[in-house]
Write a protein that binds this ligand. Structure first.
Ligand code: DGL
Length: 290
């Protein structure tokens, strides 16, 4: 691997593009390979074993591109699969989004002795308690209020925007109990949610600091690459973004362009069958046994 090797960014669908966008802002000369596992989304209602299998398959599929870093740009997959995936791919540099999100939340809570931090996330992320661990390690006395918000991912993947009454209704329903309990900080604990950040900020009010881990995550990736001597210089011009998806819906290209902020090329379709094949454990050589 070299400074010119790509960065892999993975998610169940469009959400990780909010992280890819932040990475492009911090590292504009790097090439990004983005994988959206659109055929098997949502991850947020699945078990750790299933999500770990999916992430293993995606990394095995993209590994021939010789990535210099892998970002699991999905809170659910970070919460359920990151330690297992790191130990399965010991020679790859792999990071997630929960540690950067927790760090940003604690910084936003400031000096208040017992800050109240709300976290909205998928059911699997909430169940994993990964945010509790990551925040309490940094601020033992923070009061945490976690709320699963399972409707938001499908609503976003459907392409509904901030003007949509259904989006407003769902967000109000989910956020009202947190507002009543006077949160100081709200963590967007799913990489899909930052696309609705302005509306979320409007609903919770200006006093609540709304945290999207994308920026912190991108800075964390830059730090890792710098210390490994893998930063790409500016002599190469602007980096590219190439997308891979497991379900080739025409909607992906349109919505992905909206997430990234500019037109992207059509994504390459990868069938889930192919993913199962590339990640098969080594088969015994039966001929030798005969
Ligand atoms: N973007 C993923 C996350 O951060 C969405 C999970 C899902 O597919 O449910 O958790």
């Amino acid at each position: 691997m070299s400074p010119g090797s790509p960065i892999l960014v993975l998610d169940s669908g469009l959400g990780g593009l909010t992280v890819a966008k932040a990475i492009r802002e911090v590292l504009p000369h790097d090439d990004i390979l983005y994988f959206g596992d659109t055929a098997r989304l949502p991850y947020g209602s699945k078990t750790a074993a299933t999500v770990t299998t999916f992430i293993r398959q995606i990394i095995s599929y993209l590994r021939p591109h010789d990535p210099k870093h892998v970002v699991i740009a999905c809170n659910t997959a970070t919460a359920l699969a990151l330690p297992a995936i790191r130990s399965e791919f010991p020679d790859l540099s792999i990071s997630g989004v929960i540690e950067p999100g927790a760090k940003a939340a604690v910084a936003a809570a400031g000096a208040k002795e017992v800050p109240t931090i709300g976290i909205i996330a998928t059911e699997a992320t909430v169940r994993s308690k990964a945010y509790e661990r990551a925040i309490h390690r940094r601020r033992h006395h923070a009061r945490l209020l976690l709320r699963p918000t399972p409707l938001i991912v499908p609503i976003i993947e459907e392409g509904r925007g901030t003007d949509d009454p259904l989006v407003k209704l769902a967000l109000r329903q989910y956020l009202e109990p947190l507002i009543e309990r006077k949160i100081d900080v709200l963590v967007l604990g799913c990489t899909h949610y930052p696309i609705l950040k302005n509306l979320i900020q409007k609903i919770v009010g200006a006093k609540v600091k709304v945290i999207d881990s994308g920026q912190q995550c991108a800075e964390d990736v830059a730090r890792r690459l710098r210390s490994a001597g893998l930063l790409r210089g500016d002599s190469v011009g602007g980096g590219s973004i190439r997308c891979f998806v497991t379900d080739d819906s025409p909607r992906f290209k349109v919505l992905a362009s909206r997430f990234i902020g500019h037109e992207i090329d059509s994504p390459k379709w990868v069938s889930p069958d192919e993913l199962y094949r590339v990640a098969l454990p080594p088969q015994p050589d039966l001929r030798k046994a005969i």
